[in-house]
Ligand binder design. Structure first.
Ligand code: SF4
Ligand code: SF4
Length: 227
């Protein structure tokens, strides 16, 4: 069963901490994206919400509306949503953002809960397709413990409301292992307690500790617009 609007209200209450209190990451990526944060522009990321989450948002604000495709690529991207529990939406843009009325996707981007192959939610991984565009992905050491705690607790609430979401993220985690194994590259995971790990390629998901200095080397990957 899909989460109810009330479930999403509870999830929002548990998803309050910013990624970092020190850095406003939108100011880091926007200069490379016509002055707009990358994850707040539908040209880069079309927000997807469940119908029940949309119902909650509509009861709280007029900031959100159904997404209107502007191209064939947009239409292709949202084609799979027809008849599903989810829909594509758009907000009024970063200048009109209401922090309390951001969607779950806004609050969690660029992270998703990472699951080990044996099904343990061990921490946070990032949506790899935004590497080089999202400044946070290249600066993982800025992530603070309250954000990690909120991510873990809010996803526990989501899974309690709808177990299918756990399957979704287990599958997403497996896909990420496959993508990086094919590249022959390791990828970073931030553990529940804030420790850093590498997930090694072609290893069945083996995790080894990562040094902060190693993660800081990822900074050289930002920005890579146009590459
Ligand atoms: S999360 Fe990433 S893409 Fe979004 S505003 Fe921050 S740096 Fe930019
Ligand atoms: S609601 Fe705010 S955070 Fe979410 S996409 Fe819109 S501007 Fe960005």
């Amino acid at each position: 069963m899909a989460p109810t609007p009330k479930d999403y209200d509870n999830i929002y209450k548990r998803l309050q901490a910013p990624i970092s209190k020190v850095y406003d990451c939108g100011k880091k990526c926007a200069p490379y994206n016509n002055g707009e944060p990358v994850c707040c522009t539908t040209g880069h990321a079309i927000p997807i919400v469940e119908h029940s989450e949309y119902k909650l948002l509509k009861s709280r604000t007029d900031m959100w509306s159904p997404f209107k495709p502007k191209s064939a690529a947009d239409r292709a991207e949202i084609a799979d949503l027809k008849g599903s529990d989810c829909r594509a939406v758009e907000c009024k843009g970063a200048r009109h953002c209401e922090r309390d009325n951001r969607s779950m996707a806004c609050r969690t981007f660029p992270f998703f809960p990472y699951f080990s192959p044996d099904g343990e939610m061990v921490g946070l991984a990032t949506y790899w397709s935004f590497e080089g565009q999202c400044w946070v992905i290249s600066n993982l050491t800025i992530v603070e413990q309250p954000f990690i705690d909120d991510m873990m607790a809010s996803h526990d609430l989501l899974f309690a409301a709808d177990e299918d979401w756990r399957k979704t993220y287990r599958s997403q985690s497996a896909t990420m292992r496959g993508v990086y194994s094919r590249k022959g590259k390791r990828f970073p995971v931030i553990g529940r307690d804030g420790k850093y790990f590498w997930v090694l390629p072609k290893s069945g998901g083996k995790m080894i500790p990562a040094k902060k200095a190693e993660l800081m080397e990822l900074r050289s990957g930002f920005p890579n617009f146009g590459e």
